[in-house]
Unconditional design. Structure first.
Length: 363
């Protein structure tokens, strides 16, 4: 009897301590709030429009280039001066290739091989990035076709194919040919990009060319990628994380929009939904919030969550870095819709950044 009371007392004490510790962690709030210290700066503030996107390449033949016109028109009307995309930069891919023991899977998934472009230009990835910056620093108001072809070749060698496509699209069709480091293989690659359907090439590059921009900025980040020894167990755990009511609700909410893609403004309506507060809530509850509660003893869900949060932080840091090149810009950033809430939350902490209302832009 006494042992039972003693055990019960220990349990009660443990619960009380746990509750006390948890409450302390939850009730403490920092006194410094960078989101409330927005200047004003000396000059125009940086303004960022975050557009959460479906991954168009994963939608197969359901999306045609002409469906993007209403979206492109609205984004063009907002007139961004800088465009950021969810691509891994050539420089980060070059760094990851030096550490294949950790990044072999990420290299395979996110890093295209641009060694042929390097051979054609005589530049490795760091040298090509430096050359692209040098060329753009001296860029004339009316570059010749030869200069654009050369810059396209350099961007390919730099591991920046979407920026290469911007130069390709800015050429007259008759000038989209071999020369200045572009051989038949690289010309074919650029033409394949031009005809592909994905948000980087079909939206960002097309919009940049339309607005007279010379490049886009790759801000994705996979430097936090790591895979546990029990990769099969990890995959099983994450699949189980995704098996939840919020994900079923998410699929049901998206279904009318995906079914209506062929209707006028059908794709634009999908973008409107993906950027809604409801879509952001369901993305969290069905994925990252569920991962936080994963009961696997290895903590696989929390490993997954750590990598995702780190990725978002570093992506936002990459964008903030770009804004420092020329302060006071309007930046459009296109990213997979599940990143949108994190992008806006993290960007809003920056002193010299204000967020544009995507609902107003897409209406």
């Amino acid at each position: 009897m006494n042992s039972v009371r003693f055990s019960a007392g220990l349990v009660a004490l443990g619960v009380a301590l746990a509750l006390t510790g948890g409450a302390a962690a939850q009730t403490y709030r920092p006194t410094f709030h960078p989101d409330q210290l927005k200047g004003p700066p000396a000059g125009r503030v940086n303004e960022v429009l975050v557009v959460g996107s479906p991954h168009l390449a994963q939608m197969g033949d359901a999306v045609k280039a002409e469906m993007l016109a209403p979206l492109l028109d609205r984004l063009a009307a907002w007139a961004p001066e800088v465009i950021a995309i969810e691509n891994v930069s050539g420089l980060q891919c070059d760094a990851m290739r030096r550490y294949p023991q950790r990044y072999a899977v990420s290299i395979s998934d996110y890093c295209e091989d641009f060694s042929h472009a390097g051979q054609q230009t005589g530049l490795d990835v760091p040298a090509a990035n430096a050359e692209a910056e040098r060329l753009l620093a001296e860029w004339p108001a009316a570059p010749t076709p030869e200069q654009r072809r050369r810059l396209a070749a350099v961007f390919l060698a730099a591991g920046e194919p979407t920026s290469a496509l911007v130069q390709w699209l800015r050429l007259a069709p008759a000038e989209r040919r071999e020369g200045e480091g572009l051989d038949a293989t690289l010309v074919a690659q650029l033409n394949t990009q031009r005809d592909s359907i994905n948000e980087s090439d079909s939206v960002a590059a097309v919009l940049a060319a339309r607005l007279g921009l010379e490049r886009v900025w790759s801000v994705d980040d996979h430097s936090a990628d790591r895979y546990p020894a029990d990769i099969k167990g990890f995959v099983r755990a994450i699949r189980q994380v995704w098996n939840n009511p919020a994900n079923e609700e998410r699929k049901a909410a998206e279904a009318p929009f995906t079914a209506g893609l062929s209707q006028p403004d059908g794709l634009l309506n999908l973008y409107r939904y993906y950027n809604s507060a409801e879509a952001q809530r369901l993305a969290y509850e069905g994925d990252f919030g569920a991962a936080q509660k994963d009961p696997s003893p290895e903590g696989f869900g929390r490993m997954y969550l750590a990598a995702y949060e780190t990725r978002n932080l570093r992506m936002v840091a990459n964008m903030r870095d770009v804004m420092g090149v020329k302060p006071g810009v309007k930046m459009l950033t296109l990213v997979g819709a599940s990143h949108k809430g994190y992008y806006e939350a993290y960007l809003n902490q920056m002193h010299d950044v204000v967020l544009a209302d995507v609902d107003q832009v897409l209406r």
